[in-house]
Design a protein around this ligand. Sequence first.
Ligand SMILES: Cc1ncc(COP(=O)(O)O)c(C=O)c1O
Length: 420
Amino acid sequence: MAYHAMTMAHIQLEHWDEQQLKESLSHRVKGGFGAFWVAGSRPTEPPPVQPIALTGGIPDPDTLPTEQLIECSNTVLRREGPAALRYGGHQGHPGLREWLAEETRRREGLDVQADNFTITNGISGALINVSETFLNEGEVGLVELPTFPGGSGAIQNCLCDIVGVTVDEEGLVPEALEETIEQQESEGRNVKLLYTVPNFQNPTGTTLTVERRERVVEICHAHNVVIAEDDAYGDVRFEGEKPPSLFAIARGKGVVFMGSFSKTMATGLRIGWTLSEQQVTDSLLQTRFDLGASPWVQRTILEFASNGMFEKHLDKVNEVYRKKRDVMLSALEERCSRYAKWTRPEGGYFLWLTLAEGVDPEKLAKAAYNLGVAYVGGYAFHIDGTGQNTVRLAYSFANEDEIPEAIMRLGRALEEASQA
Ligand SMILES: Cc1ncc(COP(=O)(O)O)c(C=O)c1O
């Protein structure tokens, strides 16, 4: 304290002014593509009605495996405390990587080893790592239109241009992909990376068909475009068969697969992974400077998974989300069918609404705010500023009992927004 006071008294600080700070900021910040995005304007007044949130891609709070994680964490700290509490290396805990490799061999029949995996700070950490590994300033990254803003943000953060490729009800459109790449190439631009979410896409909830997966891999191979495959929601499946990953179809060539425990267990774990060919894995590790993801949490997850708790947990949470999806779908049918159409996902967290022509999106936002239902306007997922007539609804977080009320409020808001 004494030192602090003395410093304050003797050094001159006035040179560091606001202008200087502005000049010091990197092109990333000056470019205005910050990592955080605000969906809609921030109200300054408290809302007239407590809103029911259909906004974030957040797990149901009642599904969080808190008690089991307390037990697993205790076991880990008692058994291997010092190792769990010091740096664990960039590639991540070998035991967790081995478990992931075994799961991938069992589920996808792929010949992958623990060394093909890296453990990351969620898929978000993987996205930064993959972007920094493949992208140079001025090159082009392709994203879906609409897409998860964390993916487009990671690409833009490498001072790259992003170009959108259309998604329809069967996922990314291969013809649009090919056309976009060819158009960019004809302008002399170097298209390096495609970021895609093939299962229960955020925000649309759509899943890429197997035929399209094959075409996407072929097109990207033909044009030397690396695929960053985000499978954040792939295990949140309530019905149907999981299609092969792009990584499996490409036999690992030119694809980095990214997975996460966020949507199946808890977003606060901050543990995800990459799966790639050995040479790519080595390159990913070359651009990691974060000293690795938490060894404590990685070991705790491994303890959870190797005691068979992960599979059981997955069955339980998928049943919760299936019910919520069904409740939301039937409420929409009852309350909103005159004003919008929507997707029917076989898994994941989201439904995607396309508003009927007569619905004014701005009036809808105001009415929804006043009536107490919160959603994310679809424009927040469109890098080209379009998507005004779309809405993302998350059924994952809200209470099952609240969903019919939320959709009733949305139906009333839609009605108000349709009146001339
Ligand atoms: C498609 C998609 N990928 C990645 C993430 C972030 O995942 P993580 O928590 O593993 O960083 C999200 C979170 O909403 C997401 O929707």
